[in-house]
Design a binder for this molecule. Sequence first.
Ligand code: ZN
Length: 434
Amino acid sequence: MLAVLERHADINQYAFSVPKYAPDGSIRAEGKTQVVVFGAHRPGYYGSWKMHGARLQEVTSYTYLGLDLHWTLGMHKYSPRCSDGSTRNPFTDHVVKKLKKNEKVVHTLRRMQLGSGGFKTSTATQILRTMYDSSVNFGAEIWNAAAKSSWNICETAHAEAECRILGVSRLTNRSAVRAELGLLSQKGVRDAQSLGFLLRILKQDEARLSAQVYRFLLTDSIGAGFTANWARSCAPKILAAYGLETPPAVTPPKAWRKIVLAAIYKKEEEALCLECASSSKLSDYGALHSKIAAPAYLEARVPWHLESGRRLKTQLRLGTNMLQVEQGRHMGMPRHLRICPTCHDGVEDSFHFTMRCASLEPIRQQFFQMIDEIVKLEDCFGWAQMDLRARWEFILGDGVISGYYGWEQWCRIEHKVYSFLIKVKWHRLNQLMR
Ligand SMILES: [Zn+2]
């Protein structure tokens, strides 16, 4: 909580009004609670500070949501004369700090061996969300995030962490990676926070400082563009982008958050559908991915020795992989010339690789026999009747949610799929080395 007070004595009044905002007494003046005195007098001029009987430390500057509040009210920290001679501005400084935080998170993820079976992928996603998202995007509305393109650096760093979790190349299509993890884009997350902030201000009583600033901005004649005025131009543009109206102040925050998230998910899903339809790289993903949420196969725990098979399945789904259809793309080859290097019969795409390639036939037959064995007594998914196309869709598909009909059988099949993919990958590689 940040309080801006006018007189020395006001701190006592503030101390009394705090319980109004936390009736359970959860706010205490300790640790991080500090005082900055803005103005002409040097720090220490007014003597000591106390709140609820606890002594508060007076400091020359306090960083709130990444913004440095210096006692001189100047951009002291960011002047060209700062120690390293740079001319940073506060926002760049904030972004640099967040990037460092991201490096730490990625390092932790690596130490936890999230990419190699240490945790389920969905657990890794939760860890990323908790450790990174909350910190990086916290205060986005204060920075008027929608208007700042430098935030894109954070976007890239986050996308790399997402790729690491899935065990796919950093060149993989970002929208597809996010869809695979069931995540919103970082911009979506920030927009959701901005819209949540809007309702919070609308709910505040008129005496609160942020409510006063908001009302002032609504009538302020300065600043007409996207960047200049949060209340009058930026917030309405975010609302319009998702087809939403300004919420009435009586809207319950939880209900508003639900509405906002639904609108943002819908918009991002539509964008992904358009991309799948227009990009040949994502055409497989369009056919294999059916829901907005993260696919069920990433929810299931995978034994460590099969994790590389799971990663390969993800790479095949997302279209960035070692197959000729993708490698030829980088060389600028027309699609019909990206021929399978082992059997030389047709374009080597994920369907050819898993279902058609003649050089992998013996391993495939073995794999089919194992599945036939699993479904012999009860064929929950109609495997026996599936043609090759349907089998391709089934083995590279989203999977079955835990507890649903046939889940146990699907798990057994899925493990065979992973071990099949590992085998064909190595067999293909051995043939190419010959
Ligand atoms: Zn082939």
